[in-house]
Ligand binder design. Structure first.
Ligand SMILES: Cc1ncc(COP(=O)(O)O)c(C=O)c1O
Length: 376
């Protein structure tokens, strides 16, 4: 087995770095904020896709994790994670995998459709067991979930909760529309409305809800104060990114994930090429307020936290980042290393087999991103 490089200058680039002290602090702060309000934290593992990081979260008090896909959940189950929730609308075509996984871990998933819920109930009855489900509620993101304002919403909850093969756990939502806010007040209003919507629907249905589960990093700091919430499922908070900074959910000094890249060409005074193209940084844009142009923020130096506003990551090809030097005065030369905060850290994790846990410029450990690429 090849030995681990000791210094980041020895790493092949591009490489994804995780600043150990920032990761530790992010995990601790979120856990403390949620535990202090006597809520449960169940982080979404989509951000790190790493059993090592999941174990750090569990060791600090998380009650379990979330995954989107069964393939991800299977990886975490293999690694010994015992309680996994899939806030993703699983189709019964996956019955065999769901039943097999439910034999190994405490598994729960969402439903948002009466016929699909009935199908899962039938599958469970035939298998002689019950499956744990939550009903997904659309609180404004308009992705999946039942419409809480629909005249039959409470009936849908009662019907699904009464199905023989299901063990109804409660209601769950994801306020993804909070990524579109421009002020903290807007994010807070979304968090308050989300909680109220779920609590109201639970009360109208008359069905006991063990869980009222919400989760998104931009609203987490407000959701934690809402009455009736039992569980929060933020994911991005482990690493944060340029979008969370622009949304006011984090500072630059909280961004644990950075991309280490190298200047491979400087064809003009105002143009540099880094070796971190869309296969590393991805084409996700940054949302939020302030300067969010381009494909990531270039930090002032490889140990720094502050971005250099005069360097704009203007265009990505698969293997090239075309960077405009707006002042034409950057001292960067071919061969130099740069560190970037990506727009969206979750999608960057998914691009690499392993990330490097670092302390500044010192490499501590190689963390396999074991659940990357599990799209089924
Ligand atoms: C259903 C669900 N829950 C929780 C999360 C975590 O949210 P965030 O990435 O804002 O932390 C996500 C993220 O996409 C999600 O889709």
């Amino acid at each position: 087995m090849s030995s681990i490089p000791k210094h980041i200058t020895e790493l092949q680039t591009p490489a994804v770095l995780i600043e150990s002290s920032r990761l530790e602090r992010n995990l601790r702060r979120m856990q403390e904020a949620i535990s202090a309000r006597r809520r449960r934290l169940r982080p979404h593992a989509k951000t790190h896709k790493s059993p090592d990081v999941a174990k750090m979260q569990l060791a600090r008090g998380a009650v379990g994790i979330c995954c989107a896909k069964l393939g991800e959940a299977e990886v975490f189950a293999d690694a010994g994670v015992a309680d996994i929730r899939l806030p993703y609308p699983l189709h019964p075509v996956n019955a065999d995998r769901v039943l097999a996984l439910a034999e190994r871990v405490a598994l729960s998933f969402i439903v948002d459709d009466g016929a699909i819920a009935q199908a899962w109930s039938d599958i469970a009855c035939r298998a002689g067991r019950r499956l744990d489900v939550l009903i997904k509620v659309d609180v404004g993101f308009h992705r999946c979930g039942i419409d809480p304002q629909a005249p039959d919403a409470a009936d849908v909850v009662r019907t699904i909760a009464g199905l023989a093969g299901l063990r109804f756990k409660g209601l769950l939502s994801h306020a993804g529309h909070a990524y579109g806010v421009h002020t903290d007040a807007e994010a807070e209003a979304i968090a308050a409305d989300e909680a109220q919507t779920l609590v109201d629907l639970a009360s109208r249905s008359g069905v006991a809800c063990e869980e009222i589960s919400v989760g998104a990093t931009p609203t987490a700091r407000f959701s934690v104060h809402q009455e009736g919430i039992t569980e929060l499922r933020p994911g991005n908070y482990a690493y944060y990114d340029r979008t969370q900074v622009a949304l006011g959910a984090a500072g630059w000094e909280d961004c644990a994930l950075t991309v280490l890249a190298r200047v491979v060409s400087r064809p003009a005074r105002d143009r540099l090429i880094f070796d971190s193209g869309s296969k590393t940084l991805t084409n996700d844009g940054a949302r939020g307020r302030g300067n969010t142009a381009g494909h990531g923020a270039v930090l002032e130096h490889i140990q720094g936290s502050r971005p250099v506003d005069s360097l704009l990551v203007e265009r990505l090809s698969e293997e090239h980042a075309t960077v405009r030097d707006l002042t034409g005065s950057s001292p960067l030369a071919i061969g130099d290393l740069v560190r970037l905060v990506p727009n969206h850290s979750c999608v960057v994790s998914n691009m690499v087999d392993a990330v490097w846990l670092v302390d500044g410029e010192r490499v501590l450990e190689r963390l396999p991103v074991a659940a990357r690429g599990r799209i089924t």
